[in-house]
Design a protein around this ligand. Structure first.
Ligand code: NAD
Length: 291
């Protein structure tokens, strides 16, 4: 089994982006700038935002974190987003999910200008993605296809099973895997909580992408030999063995590695690729490649 090493590809992409930043500077253009909105004090969200800011610093992007209290009203949050939308300094805006339950997630996502929507969640970007038009691809699916491409994994004509139909991962990756471009051309099945006979579907699949948020859900007996397995899930499990007091595990059981030809680790697989995509989208925004 070969590891799909998201950490290594992330490092390669950061080196490429660093060069892009120095080219922009040589031409007296400003560095791309990412704004991250963090609401409340969810430790996982803080870790994710810190990782994104650290990556920005490493490659010479500017970054701004707007930390807001858990009890902020939706109206005040939307005002903050409007300011970022109107700021000439800011190229990309993300609002770290999850957001408090008294705020409507869709209203917030739709308020971010689609021109600065570097997470690729806005309906205009998703609609353009479906039509194959220039857009900010949703960060996690963008990271997954980049990883598969970097390892030259054949997708044309392959049977791909996506488990999970969220708007940010499952549904968009099912579209990207099936589209008729250089990459894609899979025959895709999108499975979800109402799917029957999931095991027979997964046993018949060449590529399996799991994004359901259920620890170690996909097990060895559900996978055929040589399948490519992409694990999107991230779970913090208490662990006395780790200094941090927790370890990260995915939606895929580690025993799947006995059968898979390629597999993403957790951590170090899809997670870093999501940040890589966010940075690429921020660069595209700064360069006005997508408008
Ligand atoms: P979500 O909770 O929004 O959606 C889960 C989906 O899984 C739903 O469509 C549901 O129908 C489906 N599902 C649930 N139980 C199922 C079952 N038993 N069989 C089949 N389908 C089932 O999930 P999400 O936001 O896509 O996140 C999924 C996981 O991926 C989470 O662990 C999340 O933390 C992680 N995630 C990781 C990254 C990353 O960068 N690595 C990014 C986004 C999400």
């Amino acid at each position: 089994m070969k590891i799909l090493d998201g950490k290594k590809i992330f490092s390669d992409i950061k080196s490429e982006l660093k060069k892009e930043v120095s080219n922009l500077k040589k031409n007296n253009l400003k560095s791309p700038h990412l704004a991250a909105v963090l609401i409340g004090n969810n430790p996982a969200s803080l870790t994710y935002v810190n990782a994104k800011v650290r990556a920005c610093k490493e490659i010479g992007f500017g970054s701004t974190v707007i930390t807001l209290p858990q009890e902020i009203s939706q109206t005040d949050l939307l005002k903050e987003i409007d300011e970022l939308n109107n700021s000439k300094k800011i190229d990309g805006i993300i609002v770290q999910l999850p957001i408090p339950s008294h705020i409507d997630e869709n209203t917030v996502i739709h308020r971010i200008s689609y021109k600065k929507d570097v997470d690729g969640f806005h309906p205009i970007n998703l609609g353009r993605m479906v039509l194959g038009l220039p857009c900010f691809l949703p960060a996690t699916p963008f990271g997954i296809i980049t990883l598969i491409e970097k390892y030259n994994i054949q997708t044309l004509g392959q049977k791909c099973l996506v488990i999970g139909r969220s708007n940010i991962v499952g549904t968009p990756i099912s579209i990207l895997m099936s589209r008729n471009k250089n990459f894609g051309n899979c025959t895709v099945t999108l499975a979800h909580s109402k799917t029957k006979n999931l095991k027979s579907l997964s046993l018949d699949s060449d590529i399996i992408i799991v994004a359901i948020g259920s620890p170690h859900f996909l097990k060895k007996e559900m996978v055929k030999k040589s399948a490519v397995v992409i694990d999107v899930g991230i779970h913090r499990i208490p662990s006395e063995l780790k200094r941090s007091g927790f370890e990260l595990i995915g939606d895929v059981h580690t025993d799947v590695s006995d059968l898979a030809s390629y597999m993403t680790p957790v951590p170090g697989g899809v997670g870093p690729m999501t940040i890589a995509s966010l940075l690429k989208n921020t660069l595209y925004s700064a360069k006005k490649v997508i408008y």
